[in-house]
Design a protein around this ligand. Structure first.
Ligand code: PEP
Ligand code: MG
Length: 883
């Protein structure tokens, strides 16, 4: 088997298409090399080796070593050096590279191959001992941290002490002699910690680093990241070994990162940061504050420090040309890493840049007008779930702002919450139902869970490409980074700026669009959905086949959903309408009555209220389809509990409170979700169906007259398992239709259908379809009943299932295609076989989940229905599913 793929010098064994095998980084290095761009030569050990490694008790294929040796020799040939050579040593970087980029989750080792002998040769070759020692101390520090498990901060303390003792501020102030002393102390520290010396053999170093990359694939933080981003563990990571080029070879060297367009706003302008005389990690680590790439950005930021454009104009121009070329080649915004070694530019990475939803929209729309993309391609360029970010609030421009501090606008949107200083606290507070802002000096991959729990993130250190900024943008959370005047004191639990001090628990608001940190809970505005959003959604609507409806029962929700583009109501849960105000007493009266007469009396009180609700919904939907589901309450939610509630209902019914309490106890169930709910209640008390049908018909007539658009209500029967259940309820509905038509003289058009949310209904769909004009798959209950796990209690153990890899995803969030999905497929096929024109939809939570929507397209459903705020997501996901 071929386990190793080389690249460099204008050719490569791999290409961008080989991402699965070479990982994203390896595939793109190969591609850049094939394009003739200046890429330091190197090779990629494939993801298959990672899989092999974990399948064989963490060992390597027998023929891997020989392939690595050969590839290393080839890199040596191309660079005129040799790995481990004492006169002309080759140094390499070792980096991970998974199929999907996992920022900050995996580790990198630079300057590998240095030891007490090669450091001298490197220094002499470069005629710069300071540079050689600086590289060596970085190497010991990084390698010890990543491979040997000696903590980073122990080294930082030694370094800091040296700087303090010698009156230095920056790392770059340390002289060669001082660094030589630092190195001896670093080595002593390692030996003390591990009981053995720092490895001097370059081959041992190399295999140690390769093992560390594969090992990091299974660290808890990598696993967490994969779980959050639906990346299967079986994908594995590749390892990239590449000849070093040095950004820390003095004042004509530099290293930096760039985006071909602004990743926050999408503006078409090269955007990035760099540091002179530094190595890659310095930029992202936020230890030194980086400088702007372009003059334009420098002027906008009002920075005194020179841009790359003015400092190294030749390398800058070459870089700009390469950026344009790569963007045109990939037809996407690129995120690049580069190093300049003594004036010579080298490309270290290119990949599709992560971006905010706002930027994604603007870039997709702009690239269509620039002729880089077709409209259909543009539709695929925006991640549906990311649209959620645009639906987040921003600070009301009219609100008063008490500015506490200002940092960088690292990730847009605004958020308020109580200050917490640790990620664990953020998680605890969130679990207790409180909103928090996570405040850190800087964040690291260990903070992912806290960043998830927080409404927003604030850091005092780090630039626009710092960990906090990159991860927050990916999560769609507001973030203000690098608020340099902010003092975070973890020990005291305080945050101070400009003489003012805040404590843990105090409320602040961060504005990730301006970088402001504001005191208190500042008023916000809901976003508008015009411009690029409307343009792209228009293209999406043009390509999708499925309709998108909404689950709504209140006029407010229905209006929001219409604004978001809902094409009707797919599920109106009438039991939700029964909770409001004085209604609940009437509902309880109805439930607790022991006679039909009593129930009818209570229902008579509810009829006008229901009719009024439906009129409003029909009017808002102006002739669009509206599916109203008959009552489906888990009974226990309606039973009166407190003495007060019981007394209130007893008074309304004119019965004894004690008797009522007993009746209420009788109705209690062990398993309410599987109990006397849905059509079972309608079978017991058909008068409920009659009242609701009457309310619907009368409302349809009235709304039709008022709006001039005829209303054809769709009446849906819940939790059907037997055709006979549906028939019994349907008979009552049909009879009521005749009665209302007779009373009013109006022509009534309507449809009766059923939820398919029990396995039996899916299996017997052909038979049931004889009585149903439409099916709506209720995948919440269908998931519950297919798995036999309670939708109310499953959260307590589903997390463990995901952690242990038994389930990739929570099946209540993303449809289980294999099991529940098969029942949906069977239901759809059998339903159609009996009634070819039957209308099919879905109204479980999955109707708003992009992966589930993709499944719905594959089985040919006619529409999905989801909560109002997910309607735009569903429109885009349905379009992508159709492409
Ligand atoms: C369902 O079960 O999927 C459904 C939409 O109904 P509910 O969530 O109201 O039970
Ligand atoms: Mg249901």
């Amino acid at each position: 088997t071929k386990w190793v793929y080389g690249f460099g010098n204008g050719t490569a064994e791999g290409s961008a298409e080989m991402r699965n095998l070479l990982g994203g980084k390896g595939a793109n290095l190969a591609e850049m090399s094939n394009l003739g761009l200046p890429v330091p030569p190197g090779f990629t050990i494939t993801t298959e080796v990672c899989t092999w490694y974990y399948e064989h008790d963490k060992s390597y294929p027998g023929d891997l070593r020989a392939q690595v040796d050969a590839a290393l020799a080839e890199v040596g040939r191309l660079t005129g050096r040799a790995f481990g050579d004492s006169a002309n040593p080759l140094l390499v970087s070792v980096r991970s590279g998974a199929r999907a980029s996992m920022p900050g989750m995996m580790d990198t080792v630079l300057n590998l191959g240095l030891n007490d002998v090669t450091v001298k040769a490197i220094g002499e070759g470069a005629e710069d001992m300071r540079f050689a020692y600086d590289s060596y101390r970085r190497f010991i520090q990084m390698y010890s941290d990543v491979v040997l498990g000696v903590e980073h901060h122990a080294f930082e303390e030694i370094l800091q002490e040296h700087k303090d003792n010698n009156g230095h501020v920056l790392d770059t102030d340390l002289s060669a002699e001082e660094l030589a002393v630092v190195i001896e102390q670093f080595k002593a520290l390692v030996e003390e910690e591990l009981g053995r010396p720092f490895p001097q053999d370059p081959m041992e170093q190399l295999w140690g680093a390769i093992g560390a990359v594969f090992g990091s694939w299974m660290t808890p933080r990598a696993q967490t990241y994969r779980r959050l981003h639906d990346i299967p563990a079986t994908w594995g990571t590749a390892v990239n070994v590449q000849a070093m080029v040095f950004g820390n070879m003095g004042e004509t060297s530099a290293t930096g990162v760039a985006f071909t367009r602004n990743p926050s706003t999408g503006e078409k302008a090269l955007y990035g940061e760099f540091l002179v005389n530094a190595q890659g990690e310095d930029v992202v680590a936020g230890i030194r504050t980086p400088q702007d790439l372009t003059e334009k950005a420098r002027l906008e930021a009002g920075s005194e420090r020179p841009s790359l454009e003015s400092l190294m104009p030749e390398a800058f121009r070459e870089f700009v040309t390469i950026c344009d070329r790569l963007e045109g080649h990939y037809r996407d915004m690129q995120d690049l890493e580069f190093t300049i070694e003594r004036g010579k530019l080298w490309m270290l990475q290119t990949r599709s840049g992560k971006r905010t939803a706002k930027a994604a929209l603007k870039i997709a729309v702009d690239m269509v007008s620039e002729g880089l993309l077709s409209e259909r391609q543009a539709v695929t360029r925006v991640e549906p779930a990311a649209l959620d970010q645009l639906l987040h609030p921003t600070i009301d421009p009219k609100a008063e702002r008490d500015i506490f501090a200002t940092g960088l606008p690292a990730s847009p949107g605004a958020a308020s919450g109580a200050i917490v200083f640790t990620s664990d606290e953020a998680e605890q507070e969130k679990a207790a139902g409180r909103k928090v802002i996570l405040v850190r000096v800087e964040t690291s991959p260990e903070d992912i869970h806290g960043m998830h729990a927080a409404e927003g993130i604030l850091t005092s250190r780090g630039g626009m490409t710092s960990h906090a900024a990159v991860v927050a943008r990916g999560m769609g959370k507001p973030c203000v980074s690098g608020a340099g005047l902010l003092r975070v004191d973890y020990r005291a639990g305080t945050l101070s700026a400009g003489g003012r001090v805040l404590k843990k628990g105090d409320t602040i608001t961060i504005d990730g669009s301006t970088g402001q940190v504001l005191l208190g809970d500042v008023p916000m505005l809901q976003p508008s959905l015009s411009g690029d959003f409307a343009t792209l959604m228009g293209w999406a609507d043009g390509v999708r086949r499925m309709r998108v409806r909404t689950n709504a029962e209140t006029p407010a929700d229905a209006r929001v959903a219409r604004e978001f583009g809902a094409e009707g109501i797919g599920l109106c849960r009438t039991e939700h309408m029964f909770f409001e105000g004085e209604r609940i007493v009437a509902v309880r009266e109805m439930i607790l009555s022991e006679t039909e007469e009593g129930r009818r009396a209570a229902l008579a009180k509810l009829l006008p209220m229901q009719r009024n609700d439906f009129i409003q919904l029909f009017e808002i939907m102006k002739g669009l389809p509206v599916t109203i589901r008959l009552l489906d309450p888990p009974l226990h939610e309606f039973l009166p509990k407190s003495d007060e509630e019981i007394a209130e209902v007893a008074a309304a019914m004119g019965v004894d409170a004690q008797k009522l309490r007993e009746r209420s106890h009788e109705l209690e169930e062990f398993n309410p979700m599987l109990g006397h709910r849905g059509c079972r209640l309608l079978v017991s008390y058909p008068e409920i169906a009659e009242m609701q049908a009457r309310a619907i018909f009368e409302a349809a007539i009235e709304a039709g007259r008022a709006t001039g658009a005829p209303v054809v209500p769709e009446i849906m029967v819940p939790l059907v398992g037997l055709k006979a259940e549906l028939d019994l309820v349907r008979d009552r509905i049909d009879a009521m239709a005749r009665a209302v038509a007779g009373e009013t003289g109006a022509q009534l058009a309507y449809q009766v259908g059923t939820m398919v949310e029990l396995p039996r209904a899916a299996l017997r769909a052909a038979e049931i379809a004889a009585s149903a004009e439409f099916f709506s798959f209720g995948t919440n209950d269908l998931t519950q009943t297919t798995f036999g796990i309670s939708r109310d209690d499953a959260a307590s153990f589903l997390g463990t299932y995901q952690q242990k890899g038994l389930l990739e995803q929570d099946p209540f969030v993303s449809l289980d295609r294999d099991g529940v999905g098969e029942l949906v497929k069977i239901g759809a096929e059998r339903g159609r076989s009996a009634r070819p024109e039957i209308k099919l939809g879905i109204c479980g939570e999955h109707g708003g989940d992009p992966a589930s929507i993709d499944f719905c397209e594959s089985v040919g459903l006619d529409y999905v229905s989801c909560s109002p705020f997910r309607v735009p997501i569903a429109r885009l996901a349905a379009a992508q599913a159709a492409l």
